[in-house]
Write a protein that binds this ligand. Structure first.
Ligand code: IPM
Ligand code: MG
Length: 359
């Protein structure tokens, strides 16, 4: 197969980690006879430095005309003082919206090899954590109107959080379909005791649940979810929630594994176009030092193979290669434990590559 991939390394450690994922994709291509054609696009702070804006129109067009997008990370203290409209994060939101990437899948998996990295007690982690957060990504307060105005001599800021039925229904369907392929358990997270958007959310989810009788469905309030994730995380299989709740809960959930550097994500549209990125940030403090953990990005590339290209065997192979490297005891600094071997970002990339096909 021939695939066009837009590569957006971004800022901080972005370029280093993305380079490792590209190495892995290249190996997959050569072993399986695929052709991956990469086009690099500036995004975030590096684009602000070059063009004065966090992503250009041409950059967005390039992403739209690709088969998928691979992203590193954006942002850093250098651009913190930028006005809201040209902040690095703005580019991320623009790409999500322009490519209609409404479904964000964030798998939270505790690798058995890294079990002791979890800050939770062994009896809470149990047999391991394996949950999936399905986050709505193009609606809600992230994209509603906002303004700051002066009223009665003081500034008043307002952010609107709109949700329409069709937006809720389409993310609900993704969640139910995903649950069907897993342990068939779905919890919908809302704040229906306070918010109208949540009451609508809950009604739509209830109607959908009638179509998916095989899935065991429940509602859970977002504050209780935050607590249950720490108290009893293994009760969850798939969680579905609106944009901002999903942002917050996915950071919390990723910490259950103690290794945010390992967590991938996929942002999907209704077609096969998707954007794939690790869920961690740009880590400016270690940028350029070749010590970052590239595995979250490598596993994001595996999700790309699986969801955008339907290359199941290839995706499985990348995930197995990551497991083998962990089994052999190789670790980047963030997941280093006694008795394991410390490797650099690029060495980690090479190790994964060495487990894919023949060298
Ligand atoms: C995430 C990030 C982004 C978000 C930021 C960088 C805008 O935190 O992908 O979780 O809030 O969606
Ligand atoms: Mg976040």
């Amino acid at each position: 197969m021939n695939k066009k991939i837009a590569v957006l390394p971004g800022d901080g450690i972005g370029p280093e980690i993305v380079a490792q994922a590209v190495k892995v994709l290249d190996r997959i291509a050569s072993v399986y006879g695929h052709k991956f054609e990469y086009t690099y696009v500036d995004i975030g702070g590096c684009s602000i430095d070059k063009f004065g804006i966090p992503i250009t129109e041409e950059g967005i067009e390039l992403c739209k005309n690709s088969d998928s997008v691979l992203l590193g990370a954006v942002g850093g203290p250098k651009w913190d003082a930028c006005p809201p409209n040209i902040r690095p994060e703005k580019a991320l939101l623009a790409v999500r919206k322009e490519l209609n990437l409404f479904a964000n899948l964030r798998p939270i998996k505790l690798f058995p090899q890294l079990a002791s990295a979890s800050p939770l007690k062994k009896e809470i982690v149990g047999e391991g954590i394996d949950l999936l957060i399905v986050r709505e990504l193009t609606g809600g307060v992230y994209f509603g109107n906002r303004q700051t105005e002066e009223i009665n001599g003081e500034l008043v800021a307002t952010d609107i959080m709109p949700y329409s039925e069709h937006e809720i229904e389409r993310i609900g369907r993704v969640a139910f379909e995903t649950a069907l392929k897993r342990r068939k358990k779905l919890a919908s997270v809302d704040k229906a005791n306070v918010l109208d958007t949540s009451r609508l959310w809950r009604n739509v989810m209830h109607s959908l649940s009638k179509e998916y009788s095989e899935v065991s469905y429940s509602d859970i309030l977002v504050d209780n979810t935050a607590m249950q994730l720490i108290k009893n995380p293994t009760q969850f299989d798939v969680l579905v929630t609106e944009n901002m709740f999903g942002d917050i809960l996915s950071d919390e959930a990723s910490m259950l594994t103690g290794s945010i550097g390992m967590m991938p994500s996929a942002s999907l549209s209704s077609g096969t176009l998707g954007m794939y990125e690790p869920i961690h940030g740009s880590a400016p403090d270690i940028a350029g030092m070749n010590i970052a953990n590239p595995l979250g990005t490598v596993l994001s590339a595996a999700m790309m193979l699986r969801y955008s290209f339907h290359m199941t065997t290839e995706a499985d192979l990348v995930e197995q290669a990551v497991e083998k490297v962990l089994d052999e005891g190789y670790r980047t600094g963030d997941i280093l434990q006694e008795g394991t071997v410390k490797v650099s970002c690029s060495e980690m990339g090479d190790l994964v590559v060495s487990h894919i096909g023949m060298s």
